[in-house]
Design a protein around this ligand. Sequence first.
Ligand code: S3P
Length: 440
Amino acid sequence: MKPLLIKNKFVPRGKVIICGDKSIAHRALILSALSSGKTILKNFPIHDDSYATMSALGALGVKILRKRHNQVLVFGKGLRGLVSCRKPVFVGDSGTTLRLLLGVLAGQDFKTKVIAGKSLSLRPMARVSLPLRLMGAKISSKVKGNEEYAPITIQGGSLKGIIYRLPVSSAQVKSAILLAGLFAKGRTCVIEKTATRDHTERMLRIFGADLVTKGKSVYLNPGKDLTSPGEIYIPADISSAAFFLVLALVIPGSRITIRRIGLNPGRCGLIDVLKRMQAKIKVSYSKGNKTQCAEPVGDLSVCASKLKGRVVYPDEVPSLIDELPILMVAACFAQGITIIKGAQELKVKETDRIKSMVSNLKKMGADIKVDKLSSDESIIIKGKGRLSGANLKSFGDHRTAMSVVIAALAAAGESRIDDISCISKSFPGFLTVLNGLSRS
Ligand code: S3P
């Protein structure tokens, strides 16, 4: 338990250095492991979730070395080189590790039991097990009502390609199916309702897979071995940068810059929405060496701004799903009403992030409520331009914890947050970066 007292406020100014992108890091590890050759991953973020993927791959026989300067070296085993693991493979609380790994394991002709940590064991898995079964994998899991949960036992091998329309907009599910598709007989096609982050597709192409995207459909033709590009540079994580972006927007007099940020269109929803709220954010896309791991990259400059409430629409949600908690904080500092429509996927993250954020922000004096319309949930925030310090709770969730730290720094008075150790899931250096800003 690591409580945090926040009483000394500061005006953030200067450069913010953010670690490499978590979503891209998982994919880089997995595809490097499945390719032939060695791959050096640069600007690699070390945190609980990336560690979960490294150690799960290690259990399946992949050698991964941590090097100096945030680099990791992966010794690829080729598409057919993973080895069976007698003990269960533990994936911690990393949802991306578990769901993507199930896609890989669906292609292996051995049986694996995958176990998860406490919070991940409560998160829905039928969304991945159903399509993987359609492809031919044999999967058993803990069943409760219509839902499935970890632990999951999967026996893969002899898969067939499928055409699958995603019932939930989830990049994790899309990625699991595409990874399984590498091992299938025949073409796999995933059709999305709303486009989600396409890191897997971009990275599969770098590794030489035969993959084509047409509108909201992705087609993968199996049969090609993956070849390492040798080196991958992971751009900075926009989901981690989001906390600093909002901090700078809501504290008068702030001005920060964040360099080499990943600007995948499937991740830029927060920037788009904040700009609609009249945030002063300048995005400069990198020229010359335009892409790093086939991802758009650029620099952000952010100045304190008078935000206005706006509507966020359901088809925007996948592009800012992880940033919704911090967007709720920004909305409290705006003038006017912000409505976030179709936010229900937030309920199945590390915690129910609608509950965690609504309860914390209410304690801070926010006017925030949830509106339920059948299965769709909207969050309605009447911005008052301020919050007050309070006793806050992280609910064991890293993004709730970092969002309330930012809210507390911008609020009047003191706040206390019960336990922020969960931040290590995605951003162990968060407080160090914050402290650095307070001194500059
Ligand atoms: C992720 C996709 C998102 C996101 C998660 C990481 C990924 O989940 O919330 O933190 O790396 O693909 P869903 O795809 O399930 O929405």
